[in-house]
Design a protein. Structure first.
Length: 133
């Protein structure tokens, strides 16, 4: 994974568009984005992210299908979701153990860290309503 601070207007405009559509604060002093690339049916090992100020990530698939698994404290799979271009996901990656696998051979996804002061869970109904407008 490669993370980079926001420096260009193009990226800022993308973030502003997502903020407006979902009412999720993305531009803040610690905003980071990244492109995660997986090739040759690569697998994402089971883990829980740490040492990041942000606790939630928006995943915007650009190329390929990916399946993310959520695990309980005993590492059992308790849920999964497949996402691809045209969809997006939100993962609380510091709170939940997760793993994954590329389904289509190659995957490229844009990841955006959500402001640490914002709770997606507390605002879920508002986000859901914005998606259906």
């Amino acid at each position: 994974c490669t993370f980079c601070p926001i420096y260009c207007d193009l990226v800022k405009n993308i973030l502003l568009e997502i903020e407006e559509r979902l009412s999720i604060p993305l531009i803040h002093p610690k905003t980071y984005i990244g492109f995660w690339e997986y090739t040759n049916y690569a697998k994402l090992p089971l883990h829980k992210d740490g040492k990041m100020d942000e606790s939630q990530t928006i995943l915007l698939p650009l190329i390929g299908k990916f399946k993310t698994y959520c695990h309980d404290d005993d590492d059992n799979i308790i849920d999964s979701v497949i996402y691809e271009p045209g969809c997006f996901g939100i993962l609380n990656n510091m709170k939940h153990k997760h793993s994954g696998e590329t389904i289509s051979g190659y995957r490229l996804v844009l990841t955006i860290m959500i402001s640490p002061e914002y709770s997606v869970l507390d605002n879920f109904d508002k986000i859901k309503d914005r998606l259906h407008e």
